[in-house]
Design a binder for this molecule. Sequence first.
Ligand code: WT7
Length: 645
Amino acid sequence: MSEFPIHPVPPHFADAHINAKTYAALYQRSIDDRDGFWADMATEFLSWDQPWHTVVEGDFSKGEARWFGGGKLNVSYNCIDRHLPERAGQTALIWEGDNPADSEHISYSQLHERVCRLANVLRARGVGKGDRVCIYMPMIPEAAYAMLACARIGAIHSVVFGGFSPTAITDRILDADCRTVITADEGRRGGKVVPLKTNVDTALTSCPNVHTCLVVRVTGSTQAWQEGRDIWYHEATTEVARECSPELMDAEDPLFILYTSGSTGKPKGVLHTTGGYLLQAAMTFKYTFDYREGEVFWCTADVGWVTGHTYILYGPLANGAISLMFEGVPTYPDAGRCWEIVDKHQVNTFYTAPTAIRALHAVGDAPVKRSSRDSLRLLGSVGEPINPEAWEWYYRVVGDSRCPIVDTWWQTETGAQMITPLPGATDLKPGAASMPMFGVELALLDEGGAEIEGAGAGYLVIKSSWPSQIRTIYGDHQRMVETYFSHYPGYYFTGDGATRDQDGYYWITGRVDDVLNISGHRMGTAEIESALVLHEDIAEAAVVGYPHDIKGQGIYCFVTPMDGVEPSESLRAELVALCATEIGAIAKPDVIQWAPGLPKTRSGKIMRRILRKIAENEVGNLGDISTLADPSVVDHLVANRVHPE
Ligand code: WT7
């Protein structure tokens, strides 16, 4: 645990929405009177077309949860229409382009019109309630319109991160049987262009059911065009009406599918539903960020990840907030870009990932000091553990020791923040995700599955249902039950380890399964291994993570070539390229070590524990290797290990 000093709640947060007293009282109520608490929140935060009859039902031990049964509402109505009487002219989205000269303010009434028009286009193409729509977009306002247009007509969106490869797009389109795709000709990121439509074209050669591909014109470059299927967004949206009636949805109707990696197999389509998801997105946004009317909120995530779904789009808009969406990257044109944007748009809250903080820290204070950052009131961190050194720099240099940092722990599966400090309630400990959010009942389990009392370390689990809980893995409910609800019966298993200190603060220590966190991007070792062994010269591969100064974790691959194949630099390059084409650039290995053999037990199971130690360069104590079929392979791997920078 950290030696760093505690930062008490600053006096200027004394009038926050939640203070220490109200946190304790509300948290207690949320556990003791769960139904009453969430009913009150659902009334306060959302507009319902029809009230629910049952707050929550279902058997948590089987992963079953139904929230607000009987209730009806529409997410796009809640994020747009209901704000119109009071804030039609207020900005909903601020878009900042990759090029610092490009930006746009989109008001709630403009948002309404654009979402309605797109929703009408989709309806005219036969898309309706329950249909799946794949969105593969750059960070442009149309990505937000696309998600909200789906929500408006009851279609289920499946956003695929714009950095994923054609193969990854195909897999996701087929898994959910998406028949409509919304994309752009090209994306712009860090001064480079990303060939989105070309990637989609490649992907769609294997997706015969896709009848419609809507294309936003961003760069205007020439594209291959399949008549009948491909449609220009700017043409189609002008030909339809500017009003579109929202579909009446059940609270439990699906809102979206989002693919995420697990420790085995292919990425799984995490499914979230309408009422519970939106409620928890809205509630956490207001309380965690102590959001005030008129403030500008900036979450730097991509809409392709859950953070973008919940905290660029749904949480802010459900609160009638002003949300900033940035097309580019923090280091373009230079490392001062974020702080320039903060000054330019008078950003009040800045929410980013530790990997970005570490990368900016590494280039020093000068690019930060060029800006004033006077508008900043609060900072946030998400996606991976933040090391206390990075935390302190973020606090001292970026926030001028004035802005609390909320280090928020959650997952694609939880839909919204689960553990976080609240700026008006929680004294900050650098590196600690701190305290459970309202309604979140946590426990730490030991190896045997017994709950640890008081201070200690163990597996982080959740003891009871919460509204934005994962409902299923699309098309494979059994996999959901096995992944999250079978390890420890009666508990939701997060896959993370954590410690709880004497003050009850939670410190996330990282994944305890074969899931990597590379620059805040989640990836399964199994996915990378599958990509590597597609190469005809490769017999076997085992992938582990190792600590990386900037990325948090790096990808270390032990690769066994086929008999008679001589390892070479060109083979290495082919393997790196293969990971990029199979998954995406984020999956490129950092280290490939040639391994004539892998450490296996007599039953053939690879002992990853040993590989992790070698990758971490901790070879002094490899533990018991006597159960290996051939202990001598370890000597070879140790002797030839690569020392990553
Ligand atoms: C995994 C979930 C949360 C949305 C973005 C990532 C890690 C997330 C923290 C944090 C330590 C964190 C966990 C978790 N993680 N936030 N504040 N401190 N670790 O969502 O891709 O579903 O990944 O990210 O390991 O299990 P995701």
